[in-house]
Design a protein around this ligand. Structure first.
Ligand SMILES: [Zn+2]
Length: 266
């Protein structure tokens, strides 16, 4: 069985402060085992650079660069930062596979809705220019994320760690988007998100850790890493009433295809 972690943040400082030993060595071990690939997702200019540098060290680690809505509020010059992020794509970087993560986050107060929307809009334009998929973060902003997607019919992408409704997921899939589930789908009280996973066509689903956050059941609260992804895989296979092996191969195929990495799979 092999699996693909479609969204991780291995540059996060929690891997320096809370992880026992070297996370790089741990990743080497996982890649020698069942882990087929990881996309290391930046959230700012600095972390996007760090994500790329880390991806250079592992053959099957790829990277995404973008300005996260949470980081947009902290940036001194967010629009300049977005321009600098776009410049990263101009260098011959075969490791950069997507624009992300971008989107809207209305959870943490205070936030600047207009600033988030403008950063999101500019990065959707960037993705359209680059002809790359977007990795969308939608926290308590379902309506506004959906209307942004509708404004860019030529852009495709994924809603990561999905938390919206089934009808919204169905509209996204009809627009060519993917839906990615994190460890939250394995939580005991995750009835709603399990219902979404059950309703979707299987070609439109991917899984991710979003590590170091969102560790799956029974590791909830621990520092998350790609080695725990089989717990999320188990939750999806249960929802689909399919054996893990078959489920894993569908999700793996979806991930290679989504990131345009078909030519690189072993
Ligand atoms: Zn993330």
């Amino acid at each position: 069985m092999r699996y693909f972690d479609t969204h991780a943040h291995y540059f996060d400082s929690r891997f320096d402060t809370e992880w026992q030993g070297s996370i790089e060595e741990h990743l080497d071990g996982l890649f020698q085992g069942e882990l087929a690939g990881v996309v290391n997702v930046g959230t700012s200019l600095a972390s996007s650079k760090a994500a790329i540098a880390q991806a250079m060290r592992h053959e099957n680690m790829y990277a995404a660069a973008g300005l996260h809505p949470g980081d947009a509020g902290d940036a001194t010059a967010p629009f300049e930062e977005i321009k600098a992020i776009e410049a990263l794509f101009a260098e011959p970087r075969h490791k950069l596979v997507a624009v992300g993560e971008i989107g809207l986050d209305y959870h943490f107060l205070p936030f600047d809705k207009d600033l988030q929307a403008e950063c999101f809009h500019r990065q959707m334009e960037m993705a359209e220019r680059l002809a790359l998929p977007v990795l969308i973060h939608d926290r308590e902003a379902h309506e506004d994320c959906l209307s942004m997607v509708r404004r860019f019919p030529k852009v495709c992408g994924v809603f990561h760690s999905y938390s919206g409704s089934t009808p919204m997921a169905e509209e996204l899939v009809s627009r060519g988007y993917m839906i990615s589930f994190s460890g939250t789908v394995s939580f005991k009280n995750a009835r709603r998100v399990k219902e979404v996973a059950a309703a979707l066509p299987k070609h439109a689903v991917m899984i991710e850790t979003d590590c170091p956050y969102l560790a799956p059941h029974p590791h909830r609260g621990e520092i998350n890493h790609s080695g725990l992804l089989p717990c999320t895989l188990a939750a999806i296979s249960e929802v689909w009433q399919m054996d893990m092996e078959e489920c894993a191969s569908i999700l793996l195929e979806n991930s290679w295809r989504f990131y345009g990495l078909d030519g690189r799979k072993e």
